[in-house]
Ligand binder design. Structure first.
Ligand code: NAP
Ligand code: ZN
Length: 358
């Protein structure tokens, strides 16, 4: 593939360029992104803060981007795909461990996997690229042509709720009527992942609060209204209720510990956000007592498998049919690939910024 416009960085040192690249690549399907999403990982790479990012073999750069929705540009016969089909490519590609061999490279047991746009595999922020059917998630609902770009961040959420269902089997976790009604979920952080977690918690039936340490703007409050979420600025008052499900997207140890101290009997705490540069915080003896005496489960969760992408597509279809405008308003701006300053700027009103390719 020669002379394709792409957004690149040099991993792990950083910098961003929009330029023509020549990449040796082939495959039975040629894809063109419609949108690619920008997330904290892309910004971390652009600013040289992600030590674990690396370029593909033989390249001194990596094409960025792991969140996308694409159209099939051309497809070999027998692939089952046709020009114009909508697809979302899977980010993680397997290594040789037992989890990877079983299609669960999200649970890779030796780190020998690659992630498009992050670790050793070119990403999706380019005019066109090649892929194989095994790693493509089909989107049949044409109404998801834009919001389908949220499939990749939402698939992480789907996996987390599978983790919650798995670990909650150690006791009776539901309410007396067998549902999650009356159970309290707190989601810390009001970014795209925070909102998708809160929407899913509400979908499950939890009484759901999304929190930050400062107020949020009108758009975020409207999304809360549309999806039945309560927003709390916890800097202005204390919260005295117990929480059954805590999901942290801040990655801040002090923040996590603060909310962990509100965890109920048999509750579940999920660590999802990451911030290696966050200040340390102290885990006390009474914290450990609480975790032990209350049978609290704390779990980390990263990435997700193809099955979770497929389920994410179903949730997006459902939410889009009942609340299209609120779902669409998670995408706060659509920008041109040449606007590389997007990777280094911080806009507090932005939830999800996407790059428009076609
Ligand atoms: P984001 O837009 O940066 O959201 C992070 C949220 O956390 C923001 O609302 C931020 O508040 C809030 N926050 C940060 N520090 C905080 C603190 N000390 N106290 C309270 N809130 C705090 O990122 P995102 O795209 O939603 O992703 C969320 C996190 O998940 C990121 O850390 C990302 O790297 C991570 N992630 C993990 C996985 C995984 O597989 N585990 C996958 C994707 C992303 P402000 O509004 O003040 O910035
Ligand atoms: Zn592996």
């Amino acid at each position: 593939m020669t002379g394709v416009n792409a957004i690149t960085t040099k991993a792990p040192s950083g910098g961003v360029e929009y330029r023509k690249v020549d990449i040796e690549e082939s495959g039975p399907l040629e894809l063109s992104p419609i949108y690619t999403g920008i997330c904290g990982t892309d910004k971390g790479m652009a600013t040289g803060r992600l030590d674990f990012a690396y370029n593909p073999d033989g390249q001194d750069f990596i094409v960025m981007g792991h969140e996308s929705i694409c159209t099939v540009k051309s497809a070999d016969s027998g692939t089952g795909f046709h020009p114009g089909d909508l697809v979302v490519p899977v980010v993680r590609r397997p290594g040789g461990c037992i989890n990877c061999l079983a299609g669960r490279q999200d649970n890779c047991s030796d780190g020998d996997k690659h992630e498009a746009g992050i670790t050793g595999k070119n990403g999706f922020m380019r005019e066109t690229f090649y892929d194989v059917p095994e790693y493509l998630v089909r989107i049949k609902d044409s109404a998801l042509r834009e919001v389908g770009v949220l499939t990749e961040p939402l698939k992480n959420v789907v996996k987390v709720f599978e983790v919650v269902e798995t670990v909650s089997r150690r006791s009776i976790y539901t309410s007396r009527d067998s549902t999650y009604s009356g159970k309290k979920a707190y989601v810390v952080g009001t970014g795209a992942e925070g909102f998708l977690f809160a929407m899913m918690a509400s979908e499950y039936g939890f009484d759901t609060r999304i929190l930050n340490r400062h107020p949020v703007e009108e758009n975020r409050l409207k999304i809360c209204d549309a999806f039945g979420l309560t927003f709390t600025d916890y800097s202005t008052g204390s919260i005295d209720e117990s929480v059954d499900l805590l999901i942290d997207t801040s990655g801040d140890p002090g923040t996590f510990l603060n909310f962990m101290r509100k965890m109920n009997y048999n509750s579940i705490g999920i660590m999802f956000g990451t911030n290696g540069k966050a200040p340390a915080a102290e885990l006390t003896g009474s914290d450990i007592d609480r975790i032990v005496e209350r049978n609290i489960t704390l779990a980390g969760s990263v990435d997700a498998a193809k099955i979770h992408y497929e389920k994410a597509v179903s949730y997006l279809s459902r939410w889009n049919s009942v609340n299209a405008s609120a779902l669409a308003s998670l995408i706060t701006s659509k920008r041109d690939p040449s606007e590389t300053s997007l990777f280094t700027e911080r806009d507090p009103n932005s939830i999800k910024t996407v790059i428009k390719w076609t």
